[in-house]
Design a protein around this ligand. Structure first.
Ligand code: NDP
Length: 487
């Protein structure tokens, strides 16, 4: 059987490799190969660097206003093609159409719009010093690498390229080999909008291609999204030429439900933070701590809504709100965690098994799973599962739950559900996490910086500060007095 082929995207157009090496991409909802992708061989890699160098020269010489105008055109194209792009994301990731249609492309476009608008605000400063003066310029870094995970492929490519390109850099992006199409579509859109060839290149392949990017001495920065252990390896390789790094890594985030919370809203937050994108979201609140007084009420509503309101099936069906996991291997990993949960004594309230929905019988589905009576030291409460598996724990008082919530090496996100506004702020200020929500969960607008504490990351994406992470400061001292010298 012959499949359509996706090529590397270099210097403004698709480029065929010489090695002939390809890999398959599988639709997680059907288990079928949907297309093949050419691996980046040495010729592709060399061309990517050369084209990024040329692209950088042209792009960085433009004014920020010129770059902004072009990026805004890309935003218009992304929004016009929302449905076609969302469908690609559903096919590659297995996530529900009802999410991709209103989140994945939209939030990617928002980030490009935000950073395009910010680009002209990147100004230096000047100061007089003893009759002389100095001024600073904000200059781009050069060629940046972006390496993405598979859960939000197009959105991740947008979130990384938006500040990089707005600041005048070129980027070579490697999507996850499981979901390579979205980033390639973005590359085409950039060209159509008028971004010069070579400014945004896409290289395909597995870890080896990522490693090449992280060690190449003409690449100045790596922005990485993925697992903690991979992030550590990336940072080690990036040290070879002291590359700047942004690391968006995993989490094991807590949601604290106090007895004064609106319990229905707390259940909504817990379900959003565990079952959205079938649980494959880095910020998920997989440890749900519920205060003893409302524990029973919370559990009853949670289980009832999970049993009644979750619809698994063909992710293109607009009624479906639980999609397939990314691969058979990942499905097995999630099922293995569920077994550990049972073995270690957690009470399984619902789910706990694979699903084979009628409309997508061969997909890699796992039923939404809730464990209660969980203990802090259980494997399911310590390790990131990245599937629809929620652990509910009971607590008695505020200080106790803060300590237990912080008792992890990870620190990506946290949430507090409480109607006592003093308590909500007091508690959230003590939680060791970079992305926090009060009476909300999961919302991540382009204006809000996101990133992790502790092992969950370094640097921030989105928000004002992210633009600066793609700029460096040049100081220029200007002598206004006769130059004195002892020589
Ligand atoms: P991985 O760490 O397995 O992979 C991430 C990317 O890195 C992929 O493109 C992968 O290539 C590539 N890669 C793998 N090994 C190396 C290496 N040695 N050097 C350079 N690149 C490499 O993560 P997943 O794709 O499994 O994504 C899931 C993880 O991502 C979860 O831990 C999740 O929490 C985290 N994540 C974090 C987010 C955040 O913003 N904090 C957001 C989304 C996800 P390939 O896969 O093609 O082999």
């Amino acid at each position: 059987m012959s499949y359509s082929r996706l090529l590397n995207f270099i210097n403004g157009s698709p480029m065929a490799n010489s090695s002939g090496e390809v890999f398959d991409v599988i639709n997680p909802a059907t288990g079928e190969v949907i297309y093949q992708v050419e691996c980046a061989d040495q010729a592709i890699k060399d061309a990517a660097i050369q084209s990024a160098k040329t692209g950088f020269r042209v792009w960085s010489a433009m004014t920020a206003m010129e770059r902004a105008r072009i990026l805004h055109k890309a935003v218009v194209l992304l929004r016009e093609r929302n449905d076609a792009l969302a469908e690609i994301e559903v096919m590659d990731t297995g996530k529900p159409w009802q999410e991709a249609e209103c989140v994945d492309v939209v939030t990617g476009a928002d980030a490009i719009e935000y950073f395009a608008s910010l680009a002209p605000t990147a100004v230096g400063q000047q100061q007089e010093v003893a009759g002389d003066f100095y001024y600073t310029r904000k200059e781009p870094l050069g060629i940046c690498a972006g390496i993405g995970a598979w859960n939000y492929p197009l959105q991740i490519a947008c979130w990384k390229s938006a500040p990089a390109l707005a600041a005048g850099n070129a980027m070579i992006f490697k999507p996850s080999e499981e979901t390579p199409k979205g980033a390639t579509m973005l590359a085409e859109i950039f060209i159509e909008a008028g971004v010069p060839a070579g400014v945004f290149n896409v290289v395909h392949g597995a870890a080896e291609v990522g490693q090449w990017l992280t060690t190449h001495n003409e690449i100045e920065k790596v922005s990485f999204t993925g697992e903690v252990n991979t992030g550590m390896k990336v940072m080690q390789s990036a040290a070879s030429n002291l590359k700047d790094v942004t690391m968006e890594l995993g989490g094991k985030s807590p949601l604290l439900v106090f007895d004064d919370a609106d319990i229905s809203e707390a259940v909504s937050a817990a379900m959003l933070g565990n079952f959205y994108t079938q649980g494959e979201v880095c910020t998920n609140c997989t440890r749900v701590f519920v205060q003893r007084g409302v524990y029973q009420q919370f559990i009853e509503e949670l289980v009832a809504r999970t049993k009644n309101n979750v619809v698994a099936g063909d992710p293109m069906d607009p009624e479906v709100n639980l999609g397939a996991l990314i691969s058979a291997k990942h499905q097995q990993l999630v099922l293995d965690y569920i077994e550990k949960g049972k073995l270690e004594g957690a009470s399984l309230l619902t789910g706990g098994h694979a699903l084979s929905p009628q409309s997508a019988p061969n997909g890699y589905f796992v039923a939404p799973t809730i464990f209660a009576d969980c203990q802090d030291d259980m494997t399911i409460c310590r390790e990131e599962i990245f599937g629809p598996v929620m652990s509910v724990l009971v607590f008695d008082d505020e200080q106790e739950v803060i300590e237990r919530a912080n008792n992890t090496q990870l620190g990506l996100a946290a949430g507090v559900m409480s109607q006592d506004l003093r308590r909500a702020h007091r508690v959230i200020h003590q939680l060791e996490a970079g992305i926090c929500w009060i009476n909300a969960y999961g919302a991540s607008p382009a204006e809000m910086p996101v990133g992790g504490y502790k092992l969950s990351g370094i640097g921030r994406e989105n928000g004002l500060e992210a633009l600066n992470q793609y700029l460096q400061t040049k100081s220029i001292y200007v002598g206004m007095n006769k130059l004195e010298s002892p020589f």
